[in-house]
Design a protein around this ligand. Structure first.
Ligand code: 1CP
Length: 350
């Protein structure tokens, strides 16, 4: 099945997909990383008594949770409700998503045998994803659905550490000290991520985002040698589908050019990097970002003034998708995000 965006002219011409392709837009498109989730009362109500993993595997819940922020804010794109560890769970890795903590892996990966024990992903592992994406694309009409996966480094960090980590010490110890195990692990995750993204695109997602949230933990030289080749493999495989590829990480100012060169169409910029510098480093690619996610806690006029600067600088890029510089913080007041969406739409009218 061809990507829905190639057969639906209104979807193809949407502001989000146009900006991602670096084409002219009627207004700057907006969406928010983690726009679904705990900041929304309607999400918290729906999740009552349902575990995070279960909610990701039930198409009725995935569809409803994904649509909630689209209805509430009128954002220009939906992002598939899931988590970066979901494909691992689907192939049989023993893990859970613990409330207030995040992903926890029962038996952390430390040896080549541990890596080889992880099955490759086939579409049969994630039938619920195909079903959810198809249903969503039908509901969304001309609003694009962004599929996503975790990039090899970020997913490796959860597998090797066994859970969230500040310094990623064991992960980097494997990278430095056991390069053959590291390479096998990165190749394994790259294959899973690419297959998982292909399933989403095949079912109708019209763009993808590769989240390498923790790639900022490594030096530029180590990124180039030990991380980038596998992210590039994932992006190259998805390139064959023709959908725009967004590549995002946090604290990645020093490697933004490489994240673009890895095979992105849109480079995600966090809030620490001045957007103008991000545009420069993206090397002719479109950019996404980068309002500081804590600005929602400032007085509305302060938040909007900063948003205006992001929109204005964004106009100098080949394409700009407005977003926060990282995910929505759970304590965020949804009314602030509603004001922000309306404001960006209004001030960016062409
Ligand atoms: O609308 C959306 O964007 C929500 C869908 C979504 C996405 C894109 C979720 C739901 N998780 C993710 C990606 C994800 N998961 C990333 C990459 C994005 C980022 O950098 O924020 C990462 C690093 C994770 C791992 C993860 N899952 C964490 C972080 C832990 C750490 O290392 O600090 C946490 C807390 C989770 C759980 C999770 N995922 C998603 C939700 C709504 C939650 C909270 C679970 C709950 O309700 O109990």
């Amino acid at each position: 099945m061809p990507a829905a965006s190639t057969t639906d002219p209104a979807l193809h011409a949407s502001a989000f997909l146009s900006a991602a392709r670096g084409e002219p837009v009627t207004h700057t498109p907006v969406w928010f990383m983690r726009q679904a989730g705990r900041s929304l009362p309607e999400y918290r109500a729906l999740r009552e008594g349902v575990s995070m993993l279960e909610s990701c595997m039930r198409p009725d819940l995935v569809v409803e949770i994904t649509l909630q922020p689209v209805r509430r804010y009128g954002v220009d794109a939906a992002i598939f409700f899931s988590d970066i560890v979901l494909p691992l769970k689907a192939v049989g890795v023993d893990l859970d998503i613990t409330p207030g903590v995040g992903p926890v892996v029962a038996s952390p990966v430390r040896t080549l045998a541990d890596v080889e024990a992880i099955p490759d992903l086939t579409p049969e592992h994630v039938g619920f994803v195909t079903e959810s994406v198809r249903a969503l694309v039908g509901e969304l009409g001309a609003t694009p659905l962004i599929g996503f996966a975790g990039a090899p480094f970020t997913v490796a960090s959860y597998l090797v550490e066994g859970g969230p980590s500040k310094d990623h010490a064991r992960t980097k110890a494997m990278m430095f000290g056991a390069p053959e195990v590291w390479a096998a692990l990165m190749a394994k995750i790259a294959g899973i991520a690419a297959a998982y993204l292909e399933v989403q695109v095949e079912a109708g997602a019209s763009a993808v985002q590769l989240f390498d949230s923790w790639a900022g933990a490594v030096s530029r030289a180590d990124y180039e040698q030990h991380v980038m080749p596998w992210s590039a493999q994932v992006l190259e495989r998805i390139g064959a589908t023709g959908v725009p590829r967004i590549h995002f990480g946090v604290g990645t100012g020093e490697i933004l050019d490489l994240m673009g060169a890895a095979g992105a169409d849109v480079v995600g910029v966090d809030w620490r990097v001045p957007l103008a510098a991000g545009i420069e480093r993206a090397g002719g690619r479109a950019v996404q970002g980068n309002l500081d996610p804590t600005l929602v806690f400032a007085p509305t006029e302060v938040m909007l003034e900063r948003a205006r600067e992001v929109v204005e600088v964004g106009r100098t890029a080949p394409g700009h998708v407005f977003n926060l510089g990282h995910g929505v913080i759970p304590a965020t007041d949804p009314d602030q995000l509603a004001r922000l969406t309306d404001f960006v739409h209004e001030v960016s009218q062409r």
